[in-house]
Ligand binder design. Structure first.
Ligand SMILES: [Zn+2]
Length: 412
């Protein structure tokens, strides 16, 4: 950690690499120093955390990407009379990867935690190494309670890779848990919510649509099939569906935008004004309310694609429309989390429920039947930006929250 103060004496807080930190701020500084931008390996961080867990006597489970360059880490502090109970339990979940800093104008080095005033700056400070730091800090106490037989509910820590590029890591953790017959009772995803309780989020599906027409001189349009014209018919249809979504009577007022949305984001096509274009490509995204599925909206779009394909191919058989899904993250539902919500409300003294439009791994956990909420330090407003920071008070609040949560795991 670098302290930006006038007092040089406070600048020599070098961490000893042989030992692990014992408080959340030192842990956060240590985690930020690992450049875990999604396109890089996260193995150095994972092996550091693994060494820490193994020193605590815990058994660590790693699951890897195909190239073995990235890993998820799952570790359990067991509970029960004989301290061998690893089923059920509470999962603390966080992603280890961070978004790039390319092209961003940072005041201090992004991969060196720097405290200025009441904030700690660094890539991942709020999204979401802050929560992971707090979770790692409380682990030794959980182990102590486990060893003395006082831990009644197992505590799990799940650290994933590649969340920022489409939540690619968490499904491997969930598949591994299923294979091992472990069914956690609850999960808390520590994305930045200013420690408020987020009980649901929308899903996101991103589509790319490639319209293949047929070129001709614009004076001879009868010989061509205009890719831009057909793309625009489909764009118009997507907009019509978007309007219909906004007026449905099953919308949810807890979301800032209370309905599912469809939005065209990019379009490219054509080479010259006097040429009938043979290619046009556009992308759109669909953000569905948790009670709606992504198929709800895909089915009518696919029907429209089939209709336009038939029209195009009647004129030139080699033409047509390709529709590809590029990304899909399921919505997080609050259907099965009432008990967890009550527990969190009781611990925090705040029973306000929030719903958000950004997607997390929470949807994958609820899809796997694990009741989940999102609650973590820092604000989503600071995520992904230059000079990303977390307020020190937020880390303190998260420490307090996890302490209460751990206490609840020891209650009879
Ligand atoms: Zn995040």
């Amino acid at each position: 950690m670098i302290q930006d103060t006038n007092d040089n004496a406070s600048n020599d807080q070098q961490l000893n690499p042989a030992t692990h930190p014992s408080n959340s701020l030192d842990w956060l500084s240590r985690l930020i120093a690992f450049d875990t931008v999604s396109r890089h390996s996260n193995l150095a961080l994972i092996h550091d955390v693994r060494a820490y867990c193994e020193q605590l006597g815990l058994t660590v489970d790693l699951t890897f990407n195909e190239a073995k360059t990235k890993a998820n880490l799952f570790v359990t502090v067991p509970a029960g009379e004989n301290a061998d109970q690893i089923n059920n339990g509470l999962v603390l979940s966080g992603h280890t990867d961070v978004v790039p800093v390319d092209g961003q104008d940072w005041t201090s080095e992004p991969f060196t935690a720097t405290i200025r005033g009441d904030k700690l700056y660094g890539r991942g400070a709020c999204d979401m190494k802050g929560f992971i730091a707090c979770a790692l800090t409380i682990l030794p106490q959980a182990v102590q309670l486990s060893n003395s037989g006082q831990l009644r509910r197992p505590l799990h820590l799940a650290l994933s890779f590649d969340e920022e590029v489409g939540c690619l890591g968490a499904p491997l953790i969930l598949a591994d848990l299923k294979a091992r017959g472990i069914t956690p009772d609850y999960c808390i995803v520590g994305e930045p919510t200013n420690m408020a309780m987020v009980v649901a989020h929308k899903g996101i599906a991103v589509y790319r649509c490639r319209v293949h027409g047929k070129s001709a001189h614009s004076s001879l349009i009868g010989q061509g099939v205009n890719a831009i014209s057909y793309a625009s018919k489909l764009v118009g249809y997507v907009d019509t569906l978007a309007e219909e979504l906004s007026t449905r009577d099953d919308n949810d007022a807890l979301f800032t935008v209370p309905y599912s949305t469809l939005s065209v984001g990019t379009i490219h096509g054509g080479t010259a004004t006097n040429i009938v274009p043979n290619l046009c490509e556009f992308t759109f995204d669909y953000r569905n309310l948790p009670h709606m599925t992504q198929d709800d909206i895909l089915a009518p779009i696919q029907a429209k694609v089939a209709e336009l394909n038939a029209q195009m191919q009647a004129r030139a058989p080699e033409t047509g429309i390709e529709l590809m899904q590029e990304e899909s993250v399921p919505a997080m539902t609050d259907n099965n989390s009432a008990e967890l919500q009550s527990l969190i409300a009781a611990l925090t003294g705040d029973d306000e429920r929030h719903k958000v439009a950004y997607a997390t791994e929470g949807g994958q956990f609820t899809n796997a039947g694990i009741p989940t909420i999102i609650c973590g330090p820092g604000s989503i407003e600071q995520a992904h930006k230059a000079d990303e920071y977390v307020e020190l008070i937020e880390i303190k609040r998260c420490d307090g929250f996890l302490q209460k949560l751990l206490d609840s795991c020891t209650a009879k």
